[in-house]
Design a binder for this molecule. Sequence first.
Ligand code: 13P
Length: 252
Amino acid sequence: MRKNIVAGNWKMNNDLKATKKLVKQIRKSIKKTDLKGTRVIVAPTFVNLITAVKGSKKSKLEVAAQNMHQANNGAFTGEVSAEMLKSVGVKTVILGHSERRAYFGETDALLAEKVNTALAHKLEVIFCFGEELADRKAGKEEAVVESQIKNALFHLEANAYKNIVLAYEPVWAIGTGETASPEQAQDMHAFIRKTLADTYGSEIADSISILYGGSVKPANAKEIFGKPDVDGGLIGGASLNANDFHAIVTAF
Ligand code: 13P
């Protein structure tokens, strides 16, 4: 059965002190909440992962990394490997975020390699994708999303999907305050699930969590999460505030 998930992508925000504080606040807020099975994840920057893992011990809060390198180890100055993430207690990694694609040149082919490496190290992958505004204006959003998913994931065997979460993040909705309408999100999530079902069958398609990301806030989370094919959210800006994040976590 697929799970509801709310994951906070902190991006390049929060220093050590702020990380400690926010982890503590989130930990406390979810402790006294009936999460109804919702997984709660935060993804701090690399240098603060250890602190976040320590701070979330013996709680329901999980910690993810925002990226990793595709190679196992070697002369890749400035990079972080899957093994390193595992060694500090991280079990999940976000891959393919549109900011990685746009600012760091990450392609579908590179992401396929990263996905393979992450899965080989038994890391769970939150795989992000989504169309740009020009794609949507041209009516190409489904074609773009389909090719992003197929190119990076469809070489995988069916049983790999138990360690994959999908995150649909339309680029035009990220950090812009402009959210996809609940109907737009539902339409795309249903399309994604159908695309998966066509290749892997409905059992796999129905078992995978598909998150929506892009200007999710306490004010709109309930309506978006209420759609049948939306299994939660990948939250940027609103995940930096403990109260807002908690309101989103409890929006189901
Ligand atoms: P915002 O919630 O700030 O729009 O960011 C979404 C996002 O990119 C999460 O990965």
